[in-house]
Design a protein. Structure first.
Length: 150
């Protein structure tokens, strides 16, 4: 396994809080925490597009995903509305987080608060090949839920 790092350019635009907009809580974390650039309140069942002030530039062959923070989801029912939110390498505008309140109480947050995570990934080269039939698998033609759910 190589330890080569890929450079991602990050522009912080006008950040209105003192916190680091993209930061890992621990060195070995997979994703970076991303922070709100405004304060707000999201009522139960509502969602809000929350600006972060962050823009990124990734090399072709890379993307990033905006994902919920597990603590906000578990404690408050706050998730990312289009989870995970895919950001392609060609996107250069500000990253917004679609925060959705699935909880029973209004959720308030402050500018600078960690609201989601952003995970950068390298994409494999894929060649699509049209075929008349797909090869068999252990699962066969069984569909969703066929492995058992409880």
């Amino acid at each position: 396994m190589t330890n080569a790092k890929t450079k991602v350019l990050v522009s912080y635009g006008k950040i209105i809080h003192d916190g680091q907009p993209l930061q890992k809580a621990h060195e070995d974390d997979a994703a970076y925490d991303i922070r709100a650039n405004i304060s707000g309140i999201i009522k139960p069942g509502e969602q809000m597009m929350v600006p972060t002030g962050v823009r990124v530039a990734m090399a072709p062959g890379y993307c990033c995903f905006v994902q919920p923070r597990s603590g906000l989801a578990a404690k408050h029912g706050i998730t990312v509305g289009n989870s995970p939110g895919l950001i392609d390498s060609g996107y250069r505008n500000e990253i917004f987080v679609i925060m959705k309140n699935h909880g029973e109480k209004a959720f308030s947050f402050s500018a600078g608060e960690r609201i989601a995570q952003i995970l950068f990934l390298e994409l494999p080269e894929v060649t699509l090949e049209k075929v008349d039939e797909l090869p068999d698998s252990d699962r066969g033609t069984n569909g969703i839920g066929s492995t058992g759910t409880k």
